[in-house]
Design a binder for this molecule. Structure first.
Ligand SMILES: [Fe+2]
Ligand SMILES: [Fe+2]
Length: 323
């Protein structure tokens, strides 16, 4: 006979019963800091956008780049809404006080990111419509995930690093002055959101049954595949804006790898899990954008990628940039 899981109480009176030591206590303190930093660093989106528009005399972008930027920002825009929904869901459902505070603070940030981007896009004369297949697939997969751990890893540790990658590329290539300054504020907030995943995910993973664990990894592999497709969907737009697609791809992988490293450290990994992630990242980068620029047909392309996975240090430069 299977034992039925006890339904959680509506008011969690036992919220403070657990005694936390070591890593758990440290994670709780980090999460508490996320909330307080969210409060002290909150910015007024309406005032900031108005100030930047005035400073730069409006939104200035050459007409040939407008469409490409719109397409990239549409992905970020709907991603912000998804992040808002996920963080509000987490704030409602997760119980430890500090993690709940961090998720609540994130929901407040994401609401601001969403409306400010909406207002910025209105200045570009654009209202985003439906997303391309892979990008919308990623958001659907996260929003419909049947476990909080999937939502947390999907949004905080996979999508947020990609958003940070796109912000960094837009700023590095000075795509549009108002946006570049605005994104500095987004970046500061998004970096805090990754902390929620890093610090709370270990608790959720610890509670999973073996069946749930297998299902979690299967889900995550599906996400990795979709994310690669999502980046490739924007390849033409990256080129129009002068972002070398290989550079975007490599930086995105490096940012995700850094998030995975932080998570592994929090879980007391001795480096083995991180090493597997590094090898997967290296193989994916070489498969899609080989460093030597040579085009190979299958199966040589696959062999080349697998060989790259064995090399040490090929992600080092991207990792330094990503940090
Ligand atoms: Fe955001
Ligand atoms: Fe975020």
């Amino acid at each position: 006979m299977f034992k039925r899981r006890k339904a959680p109480a509506l008011v969690p009176y036992d919220m403070f019963d657990a005694v936390r030591v070591g890593r758990e206590a440290e994670a709780a303190r980090s999460l508490e800091r996320v909330y307080h930093a969210g409060q002290s660093k909150a910015w007024d989106g309406r005032a900031l956008l108005a100030e930047l528009v005035e400073k730069h005399g409006g939104v200035n972008l050459s007409p040939d780049k407008v469409q490409a930027l719109q397409k990239i920002l549409a992905v970020i825009f709907w991603g912000e809404l998804a992040a808002w929904k996920v963080s509000a869901d987490l704030a409602l459902r997760i119980e430890p006080l500090e993690a709940k505070m961090a998720a609540t603070s994130q929901a407040h940030d994401e609401a601001r990111h969403f409306y400010v981007l909406h207002d910025y896009l209105a200045l570009l004369g654009y209202t985003p419509g439906p997303l391309p297949v892979a990008a919308s697939g990623i958001l659907d997969k996260i929003l419909s995930a049947d476990h909080l751990a999937k939502k947390l890893v999907g949004m905080q540790l996979m999508v947020e690093p990609i958003a940070l990658t796109l912000f960094q590329m837009i700023r590095r290539h000075e795509t549009e002055p108002v946006l570049c300054e605005l994104l500095r504020y987004y970046e500061r907030d998004e970096a805090r959101h990754i902390a929620l995943g890093v610090n709370y995910l270990p608790e959720l993973l610890k509670e999973m049954s073996p069946v749930e664990t297998v299902d979690y990894w299967r889900w995550e592999l599906g996400m990795i595949r979709l994310e690669v497709d999502g980046m490739l969907e924007l390849e033409a737009e990256f080129r129009v804006l002068g972002f070398p697609p290989a550079e975007v791809f490599r930086l995105g992988q490096a940012k995700q790898l850094l998030a995975a490293r932080m998570l592994a450290d929090r879980m007391g990994d001795d480096g083995r899990v991180t090493d597997v992630f590094r090898r997967i990242s290296q193989a994916m980068v070489e498969y899609h954008f080989p460093t030597d620029g040579k085009r190979r047909l299958m199966p040589r392309r696959l062999l080349h990628a697998l060989r790259a996975a064995r090399e040490p240090g090929t992600m080092d430069e991207a990792l330094t940039e990503a940090a």
